[in-house]
Each structure stands twice: as C-alpha cells, then as structure tokens.
Design a protein around this ligand. Structure first.
Ligand SMILES: NC(=O)c1ccc[n+]([C@@H]2O[C@H](COP(=O)([O-])OP(=O)(O)OC[C@H]3O[C@@H](n4cnc5c(N)ncnc54)[C@H](O)[C@@H]3O)[C@@H](O)[C@H]2O)c1
Length: 237
C-alpha cells in the first residue's frame, strides 16, 4: 500500500484539517462526543476550529462502553434534533470511537461521523477499519457493526496529555505491528529507549500496517496465505 485510504488523514496541525472536512453550513447539526478527560484535554485544541456544535458528555472508561451509555447518547442526539444531514464527531480513545461510531451508524439508519482519536491505541489501531460497537453482559464488543467513518483525523499532539500507562498500551500495538509485519521496523524500535520513541513515525507506520490488513480482510474473516505473502513483500520495501 503506497497511500493511505482517502478517509484517513494524519496531521501535525489539526485546526486547518478540521476546517477542511467540516465547513460551516455543511451539516444541519454537529454533535461532539467527549468523555470526562477528552473534554478537558482535547476539546480545547479543536473548539475554535469547529462550526456551531453541541457537546455530548459521557464518563470515561471501558465500563461505560455499553447500551445504557448509548441510550444517553441517542437521547442527546434526539434532543438536539439531529437528522440525517447531521454529523457526530467522536473525540476520544477507542471507547469513544467504537461507541460513538456505533451510535452514529445506527441513529436514523446511519448518519455521518468523523473520528478524531486521542489515545495512541486509537490512533494506531482502533480508529482504522470501521469496527464499531459496545460490550454486552460481559462479552466484549458483542453488539456492533462495520461502518467506515467519513473521515479519521489523527493528530499526535493529543498524546501530550495522555497518561504513560495509556501510551504504553498503544505502544504494545505498535510493537505488535512491527513484530508481525516488519522486522526492520522492529529492530529500529527496540534499539531506541522509551524517551526517544517518535510517536508520529509509529502512528504512520501502524496506520499503513492496519490499513493494509483491513484492505485484505475488511470483516475479519481470516487472513489468507496470499495476504501473508503480500505483506512480506510490502515490508521488504
Ligand atoms: N475498533 C477497533 O478496531 C478496536 C481496536 C482496538 C481496540 N478497540 C477498543 O478500544 C478501546 C480501548 O481504547 P483506549 O485504550 O483508547 O481506551 P479509552 O478510550 O478508554 O481511553 C483511555 C483513557 O485515556 C483518556 N484519554 C483519551 N485521550 C486522552 C488524552 N489525549 N489525554 C488524556 N487522557 C485521554 C480516556 O478518557 C480514558 O480514560 C476498547 O474498548 C477496545 O475494545 C477497538
């Protein structure tokens, strides 16, 4: 894969990209889904770049990734009279992306949504591939759909406020992508100490890797021998 899919943008400067994809008057209503951390740390980076919008606040954490939180989100969307020409922006980690995407993809049979991932895990993995959903009665990601967002906008600047434990959780995914698909990249990662890891480079590498996997197997039926052959050749270039 030489180029990223059209709906994925990686940028160091988020405001102009937000302006490019979300213009004034383009949508009837714009809702922005945030959790208790992204409302404080991430929203200020994009607030002034957005046209008129309203916020939907949810509590942070996996334990809230369920249908009862979805009920609250759908209630807010309904209360603000979101119609099929409205947009939901999901600003947060994998929980917000999975659950906000699911709420948008099912509200009025599907409205547009844009994911702005703010954790390393969401930037290198969860925001790519259109897997959306919530946990149900102890089963992870049990209820959900496949639906690509109109746009995924990835900006490493969000990572400056991310707790180290969350950074490490995303780093594990970066390491996994390198170990499985790109030995050269793995050698590079392991020869650098933690403080010298370049997140923007890791994001680009992992987004290409995950996009290649998704392109071959969009609904996770199983990776074929052909795919393994292909990725081997890709990683050699
Ligand atoms: N759809 C997929 O393909 C896919 C792939 C992997 C994981 N996932 C899902 O992703 C979820 C895990 O995602 P996660 O690790 O991002 O967890 P998360 O969304 O719970 O975020 C982790 C914590 O970081 C906080 N946070 C987010 N951005 C921040 C920032 N910039 N600064 C400070 N704090 C911030 C959040 O509020 C939260 O407390 C799981 O539900 C998992 O199932 C989905």
């Amino acid at each position: 894969m030489d180029e990223l899919p059209e709906n994925i943008e990686i940028t160091e400067d988020i405001a102009p990209i937000i302006n490019k994809f979300i213009t004034d008057g383009q949508y009837h209503t714009i809702g922005l889904l945030v959790d208790s951390n992204t409302s404080i740390h991430c929203y200020p980076l994009i607030e002034s770049a957005l046209p008129d919008h309203f916020l939907i606040h949810i509590a942070s954490g996996e334990k809230h990734k369920d249908l009862s939180t979805c009920n609250g989100i759908w209630e807010e969307m309904t209360h603000h009279q979101m119609d099929r020409k409205s947009l939901l922006i999901n600003l947060g980690g994998g929980v917000i992306g999975d659950m906000g995407g699911f709420c948008a993809a099912t509200y009025k049979r599907g409205i547009n949504f844009i994911n702005v991932p703010t954790t390393l895990l969401a930037q290198v993995d969860a925001s790519i591939g259109g897997k959306l959903g919530v946990d149900f009665q102890g089963y992870k990601n049990h209820i959900g759909v496949f639906q690509d967002p109109q746009q995924v906008i990835i900006c490493p600047e969000f990572l400056s406020t991310l707790p180290t434990t969350e950074l490490r959780s995303g780093f594990a995914e970066v390491v996994k992508h390198a170990l499985v698909f790109d030995q050269q990249y793995w050698n590079k990662i392991r020869s650098s100490p933690w403080d010298s890891q370049v997140w923007s480079e890791h994001i680009t590498h992992s987004v290409f890797t995950k996009s290649s996997i998704v392109a071959q197997d969009p609904t996770e039926i199983g990776i074929t021998e052909n795919f393994k052959f292909w990725t081997y050749h890709w990683s050699c270039h």
